[in-house]
Ligand binder design. Structure first.
Ligand SMILES: NC(=O)c1ccc[n+]([C@@H]2O[C@H](COP(=O)([O-])OP(=O)(O)OC[C@H]3O[C@@H](n4cnc5c(N)ncnc54)[C@H](O)[C@@H]3O)[C@@H](O)[C@H]2O)c1
Length: 325
């Protein structure tokens, strides 16, 4: 494989730093741009003496930095974002600005220098659609704009529209991937938006696992090594340009079952309690009942399928939390 140089925005974060590991392992050069608002130096400390690795602390909102870095690389993995529904509900203004304006900057620079971009979108794009499993071409169903919960998905939806507009109008090589609940080593223990991080943190502290609502809502969880493989495949396969891909594991699980698995893996004596959504997210919260990817397009075009079963991924994740948190 030809050695290339990639910019990874958000490369000090959870998925980004796992992606950096995989790119360096594949013998590429990597430049990370991250403002360290959430990302951590510890996530890339093991690469600091590697001549193929460079870290720049800065923001995707700073167009001069984005322009300079994009000009110097072969392709861009754009993962920097204010992530997760909980965080964006708490910081709506900052979240909307970074997730819209920051992405606009990255696309503008990629267009200027004709660089391929891989844009990290989200399964939140499907909103409260009930048409599971979600195909990439299915409708997005959002609630009213008075409900802050939808700000994250709406900003990412605008980003996707911008990606496809650049592709159609200007021929920018861009591929959109929609992650479905990635989890694994380096998941932020504060658990912004990640129910797995929250449950593991609670379990290791000997606290009850708090399930929101009746726990019958479902998600599909994707081990981060699978998410990263799908991400790199989307960059590599030109056939995917101008398209969106679900990068997820089609194993559907209720949140109550997830809590049970983590309880059994950490300590079967732990309590599992249910609390109302309102207590967790405040008034006006709207929940997505089921979220399951249709993975046929990614399999057909990117030759990507998630392979790590949930229990195995949870064991690795719990073990990482024990050693690092
Ligand atoms: N983790 C998931 O399950 C999931 C699901 C759907 C979509 N995504 C998307 O994948 C991407 C990576 O998510 P993650 O889970 O690794 O989250 P993360 O918070 O760990 O990573 C995001 C990184 O972006 C950085 N960042 C934030 N604002 C920035 C700015 N203005 N300039 C530069 N860097 C900035 C943060 O410091 C962090 O390191 C995001 O775009 C997110 O929306 C993730």
């Amino acid at each position: 494989m030809t050695k290339k140089t990639f910019l990874v925005t958000g490369g000090a974060g959870f998925i980004g730093s796992n992606l950096v590991d995989a790119l360096l392992l594949a013998n590429h050069r990597v430049v990370v741009l991250d403002d360290l608002s959430v990302g951590k130096r510890a996530n890339f400390a093991h690469h600091i003496s590697n001549p193929d690795f460079e870290f720049i602390q800065g923001s995707v909102l700073d167009m001069s930095v984005v322009d300079r870095l994009v000009a110097a690389v072969d392709g861009v993995y754009h993962l920097a974002a204010v992530v997760g529904v909980t965080y964006v509900v708490q910081n709506p203004l900052h979240g909307i600005l970074v997730n819209s304006k920051g992405t606009e900057n990255v696309f503008a620079a990629a267009h200027k220098y004709r660089r391929k971009v891989l844009f990290a979108s989200t399964s939140e794009i499907f909103g409260k659609s009930t048409q599971v499993p979600f195909k990439e071409t299915d409708n997005s169903v959002f609630g009213p704009t008075s409900v802050p919960r939808w700000a994250y998905a709406l900003a990412k939806a605008l980003d996707e529209q911008l990606a496809f507009a650049y592709y159609r109008q200007e021929g920018l090589p861009v591929t959109v991937i929609r992650y479905f609940n990635a989890y694994g080593p380096r998941l932020d223990p504060r658990g912004y938006g990640s129910v797995i991080a929250r449950f593991i943190t609670q379990a290791l502290a000997g606290q009850p696992l708090t399930v929101y609502g009746d726990g019958q809502q479902t998600r599909s969880f994707t081990f981060v090594k699978d998410s990263v493989r799908g991400t790199m495949a989307a960059m590599d396969f030109c056939r995917g340009e101008g398209m969106a891909f679900n990068i997820g594991n089609p194993e559907e699980v209720t949140i109550a079952t997830l809590a049970h698995h983590i309880q059994q893996l950490v300590n079967p004596d732990l309590e599992i309690v249910h609390i109302p959504y309102e207590q967790a997210y405040g008034k006006n919260f709207e929940e997505t009942r089921r979220r399951l990817p249709d993975v046929s397009r990614a399999a057909e075009i990117l030759d990507f399928r998630a392979t790590v079963p949930l229990i195995e991924g949870l064991q690795w994740t719990i073990s990482w939390f024990k050693d690092n948190c």
